[in-house]
Ligand binder design. Structure first.
Ligand code: SAM
Ligand code: SF4
Length: 349
């Protein structure tokens, strides 16, 4: 493959298609999430089994191929790109890809280049990320208790993550903390997480666990409906509904006592698919049109079939015509099998 990173030239058919990705329900696809690796240096109990089999490295797209695919989506109208995983910052030479993609920020083709990270490598990368134009990131943090952090991540060290958060804030990167609400685990600690985040001008978003992939635990034991969390929080805090949107599925409230924002991502109790503007690409070039469905398109074959992007563009267009109306996640004692077999780390959270 003789691909050289650069903007698509005006003569390239793909460059003339900005805004062309409209799905059958009239939703414009403007947001691409890319899982750059399925590997991770943590094993969060709700995300992975302790013993995971990862993809052979040879199946992964190269960083150049990921760049070419992302650039094709940007040329077709994607305005926001989020790198995720697995843990994006454990992918070897990830800064090469981030620096390369940042040319689309400079050209104005891309509005935002961001990532979701567990924070373990942030202290090392914060300055470089800021220099590459990354202005905002999501950091996942479910507890501020060192022991519990080790329990839920199996392999993680809380202090490293807190150092990473400090480094990113010092580099001028805005942070949103994501916490998965887990019954009987961090339920009582959510007010503390909220105060911690808001004291550092970080928003906090709570997420309901989703039934993705086999894990070692029973998801029914973990699942905590956010309606219940909101109810409990409103006994301590004044929560005012906001119209604020980040292009994601969270619904936000302002916490009057702290002045910060609190988001709720409720795939289980509230279906947010009507405003879905995103598709997800895995590190092997598989495109999922929905996080909660199995239908997918193989972009790796299309990418490798030709140096010219015309065929790739056709395959992407065809995939967008198959974007489903929504997911149908269920967690209860009668449906023990996950809604989709792949783990969140494959498609990227
Ligand atoms: N490793 C990075 C991290 O943890 O931020 C990025 C990938 S991780 C899969 C992205 C997000 O998905 C994290 O906030 C994580 O808590 C969340 N997540 C993972 N498995 C989940 C599940 N089954 N249900 C809900 N959220 C999940
Ligand atoms: Fe790794 Fe993120 Fe999954 Fe935790 S949630 S195991 S940090 S990919």
């Amino acid at each position: 493959m003789d691909y050289k990173p650069g903007l698509f030239s005006a003569a390239d058919p793909i460059a003339q298609q900005a805004g062309s990705m409209i799905d059958p329900f009239g939703r414009a696809v403007t947001y691409l999430r890319v899982s750059v690796t399925d590997r991770c240096d943590f094993r969060c109990t709700y995300c992975m089994a302790e013993n995971m089999t990862f993809l052979p490295k040879k199946d992964l797209l190269t960083l150049e191929e990921l760049d070419r695919l992302c650039s094709a989506f940007i040329a077709k109208g994607v305005r926001k790109l989020r790198l995720t995983g697995g843990e994006p910052l454990v992918r070897k030479n990830i800064m090469f890809l981030i620096r390369s993609l940042s040319r689309h920020l400079q050209s104005g083709a891309l509005e935002e280049l961001t990532l979701t990270t567990n924070g373990s490598q942030l202290a090392r990368y914060a300055t470089e990320l800021a220099e590459a134009g990354v202005k905002r990131i999501n950091v996942s943090l479910d507890t501020l208790d060192k022991e519990k952090f080790h329990t839920v991540t199996r392999w993680g060290d809380l202090d490293r993550v807190l150092d990473g958060i400090d480094a990113a804030l010092a580099a001028g990167i805005k942070i949103k903390i994501n916490a998965v609400a887990l019954k009987g685990f961090n339920e009582a600690e959510i007010p503390q997480l909220l105060r911690f985040a808001h004291a550092r001008a970080m928003d906090l978003t709570l997420i309901e666990t989703m039934p993705m992939g086999e894990i070692d635990e029973d998801r029914t034991d973990q699942y905590l409906p956010l309606s219940r969390v909101r109810q409990t929080l409103s006994e301590q805090f004044t929560l005012t509904d906001l119209d604020y949107k980040t292009g994601g599925p969270a619904r936000y409230v302002k916490v009057e006592e702290t002045g910060g924002k609190l988001g709720f991502i409720t795939p289980m109790t509230h279906n947010f698919c009507e405003s879905c503007n995103r598709v997800r690409l895995t590190c092997t070039g598989t495109l999922y049109m929905c996080l909660g469905q199995d239908d997918a398109a193989d972009l790796r074959t299309a990418l490798r079939a030709s140096d010219d992007n015309a065929y790739l563009s056709t395959v992407i267009d065809e995939a967008i015509t198959r974007k489903p109306k929504g997911h149908d996640f269920i967690i209860d004692r009668t449906s023990q099998r996950p809604a989709v077999a792949r783990h969140m780390s494959v498609t990227g959270g």
